[in-house]
Design a protein around this ligand. Sequence first.
Ligand SMILES: Nc1ncnc2c1ncn2[C@@H]1O[C@H](COP(=O)(O)OP(=O)(O)OP(=O)(O)O)[C@@H](O)[C@H]1O
Ligand SMILES: [Mg+2]
Length: 298
Amino acid sequence: MDHQVNERIIEVKNLDFTYQGADKPALRGINLTVRKGELIGITGANGAGKTTLSYCLNGLIPSFYEGLFAGEVRIKGRSIFDLSIREISQWVGSVFQDPETQLVSANVEEELAFGPENFGIHPIEIEKRINFALKAVGIEGLRHSTVDALSGGQKQRVAIAAVLAMFPEIIILDEPTAELDPVGTDEVFGVLRRLNREFGLTVIIIEHKIEQLATSCDRLLIMDQGRIVFGGAPDEIFRHWREVHKLGVRLPQVTEFFGKYFGSEPRKLPVTLEEAQALAENLLSLGNGEQDEPNRYY
Ligand SMILES: Nc1ncnc2c1ncn2[C@@H]1O[C@H](COP(=O)(O)OP(=O)(O)OP(=O)(O)O)[C@@H](O)[C@H]1O
Ligand SMILES: [Mg+2]
């Protein structure tokens, strides 16, 4: 198990990509290693190249979008140029922003069977996979539901389950909660954390919702104009909150607040409300002359 945990499941080296007809590259000098079992968040302003990078990982580039490609992308050690999109789709599952556009069946059970049936998987095995996928995203009760009758969060969970029924090793989600309310957003992030923790699924999630990314991801990548400009644990990244903010990335509210009023870059800023509370209490007690865990966050 240990060596598998460290497996370099995705390797991107010096990747540049320019869409056909575009006047500038959408990706420039991307270097990225993803290890099996990581939960990675990608964020950055509109047009930064996040979706394009995801296309290079799920095979839509080079199979579907044409353009100028330089560098290397390897999935499980194999170049994407040596893999068909069908082969890649067995390893890498993709979930997009709008669940409506990716759900193709009238009911949940059919939706989950669709992918495996296409790959000629035996009905007994399909049944096992459906049970696993429904349970993994916590929608066992919706097995016989009509897709139209579901909430946005439920639909997105069906979309994730449909991808899981393919038994992928990696799942890439491009703004999967953009159309969801806060409850639906929490449902999706909760499911992703669980899939990652319990099943060791490698998860790459592109999002603008920074609070959720900060609290769920092991590693956060910030993209700007086709490059990855920051990469690291969320609290490491937020040490550079001023630069991150300048790139058009919204910061967690508590990070921005403490950054503006108290912080300077080398100090560890809070990311969650709990961390902010602990820090505020600490600062207040220090103000009262008490010595309680100084410098824990600040
Ligand atoms: N099919 C395409 N043809 C030509 N140029 C494209 C195409 N898709 C995206 N681009 C350009 O590539 C660059 C990166 O776009 P991309 O969609 O990857 O950004 P993004 O970070 O996903 O943005 P958003 O947050 O808006 O989804 C942009 O300059 C965009 O205009
Ligand atoms: Mg995008």
